[in-house]
Design a protein around this ligand. Structure first.
Ligand code: HEM
Length: 460
């Protein structure tokens, strides 16, 4: 491994090392482990950790009436991710579908998903990303200029990153993010909807949405307001005849099937909400943990600063590919994967290696465990960005964006957005952890710091 920097995570980070996200131990035979609902309810990381520390390729959990399997090692993960006909997206009762309908992320029907995936590819093509670049740059400038107004600013990082990523996706989707959009699609609304979904994933005995409890009514009215807004924006765009070359324009242009049919309003709505959800918390989580690690390792921060200030980096601005900053982002997502698990459901009885999985079983790819597997990663708990100098390993070994046919379609979008913001912050500010900062990761859909934590930006 070339030029290893970074040592064992500092003492204040030992919370992760001492249990919640530590490395799995060596493999043993496939002895089932029976988990429980409480373990999942309090913090998915407890279940992730428990499964990983069993050392088994596969661990079994019983969550209420559901049988769940955790896949802890790369060979098994590769089998699951490459066989999309046997291991599909979770079906009927997937709570994500309450908000996202049959958008790309939650669509359990293979044929309609595939048709839509092909049709939506232009949203994330190189030329579309190039078109998003200026929109992203404007949002980055707006945020960094605000922080630059004083010599020193204390940030609640995760909150700031949530606000930033939401504004990026709003701007790239709707161009002008008018007051109404900001009022309706704000971190409060987004977090409420996500929280509602997460509680249902954790608690399989939740009341059906049709039962008029206070929380259900609040959910239904928030979703209805959001739907009304989205349909109105679609209508206004069609009526104006204006082209703003944003994601909404591209979505309205999408044609599917041999007869080139446009998406229905409901399909466009599902894809808009899917893009918001997919792009918002995941990217905010990734940025939060990169900033955390960069604050912990001043020598790495300085190396990135030199890189972003060098004239050579301007040539690579379009992609940031092959940069040290890209290695830092990759290594951070290895240690703190924004999506620590990827869900699937067995469509039929199947084998994962030698383990039998019956039809209907929920299969969770334990990305956090694979990312700290000592058989794959030398010194797995250390922050060593150089390990990515020669690219990322394949075959189920590195999965922040998943792999196979369902691999994140927004990867290029996310990498561009993260690189732009990080390059700008690191260029302009010295980043340090506030003394009291000791973030504890918690997870369900994404990995976030419980109660947030503080960073200080000092203008350079
Ligand atoms: C650091 C940021 C991000 C991370 C870590 C991430 C992670 C992932 C992962 C793990 C999957 C695979 C899920 C599966 O296999 O079931 C996925 C799928 C997806 N992501 Fe991302 N994502 C990120 C950013 C984005 C962004 C910015 C967008 C859109 C602008 C996006 C859109 C999607 C969509 C639409 C899918 C579904 C793809 C399909 O099943 O065909 N993601 N993402």
């Amino acid at each position: 491994m070339a030029g290893t920097v970074g040592s064992v995570l500092p003492t204040r980070q030992l919370r992760h090392d001492s249990g919640v996200l530590s490395a799995p131990t060596a493999p043993r035979a496939n002895v089932p482990v029976v988990g429980d609902l409480l373990r999942l309810r309090s913090n998915l990381l407890n279940a992730i950790q428990h499964a990983a520390s069993s050392g088994n390729e596969i661990s079994y959990f019983n969550v209420g009436p559901r049988r769940m399997v955790f896949v802890n090692r790369s060979t098994a993960a590769d089998i699951v991710l490459s066989d999309i006909h046997t291991f599909g997206k979770p079906g009927g009762e997937n709570p994500l579908r309450l908000v996202l309908g049959d958008g790309l992320i939650s669509n359990p029907h293979h044929d309609s998903w595939l048709q839509r995936r092909r049709a939506l590819q232009p949203m994330y093509s190189r030329s579309s990303l190039a078109g998003m670049r200026q929109k992203m740059a404007d949002v980055v400038a707006e945020h960094t200029e605000r922080w630059e107004r004083s010599d020193r600013v204390d940030l609640n990082v995760h909150e700031e990153m949530l606000a930033f990523t939401l504004e990026i996706v709003s701007t790239c989707m709707f161009s002008r993010c008018g007051d109404t959009v900001a009022e309706m699609i704000n971190p409060g609304t987004a977090s409420f909807l996500l929280d509602f979904v997460e509680r249902r994933i954790r608690g399989p005995f939740a009341l059906p949405v049709s039962v008029p409890s206070r929380r259900n009514r609040s959910f239904s009215s928030t979703l209805k307001n959001l739907d009304d807004l989205v349909y109105r924006l679609m209508e206004e765009r069609r009526g104006s005849g204006e082209r703003l070359d944003d994601l909404l324009d591209i979505l309205l242009d999408v044609r599917v099937g041999d007869d080139a049919t446009p998406l229905t309003d409901l399909e466009v709505r599902d894809e808009i909400l899917t893009t918001f959800l997919a792009a918002y918390e995941t990217t905010a989580s990734a940025l939060t943990w990169v900033l955390y690690l960069i604050a912990c390792y001043p020598e790495i921060q300085q190396r990135v600063r030199q890189e972003v200030r060098s004239p050579a980096s301007t040539d690579r601005k379009e992609t940031q590919r092959g940069t040290f900053l890209e290695c830092v982002i990759n290594e951070s997502m290895r240690l703190f994967p924004p999506s620590p698990t990827i869900p699937r459901q067995a469509r039929k009885d199947a084998l994962i290696g030698t383990a039998k999985v019956s039809e209907g079983t929920f299969v969770m790819l334990n990305v956090a465990a694979v990312h700290r597997d000592p058989d794959i990663w030398e010194r797995p708990d250390e922050f060593i960005p150089e390990r990515f100098m020669n690219g990322v390993p394949g075959k189920g070994k590195y999965l922040p964006f998943g792999a196979g046919a369902h691999m994140c379609i927004g990867k290029g979008f996310a990498m561009m957005e993260m690189s732009m913001l990080l390059a700008s912050i690191i260029d302009k500010f010295e980043i340090s952890l506030q003394d009291s900062a000791s973030p504890e990761p918690v997870a369900l859909i994404t990995l976030r710091p419980r109660d947030g934590f503080g960073l200080t930006l000092k203008r350079i």
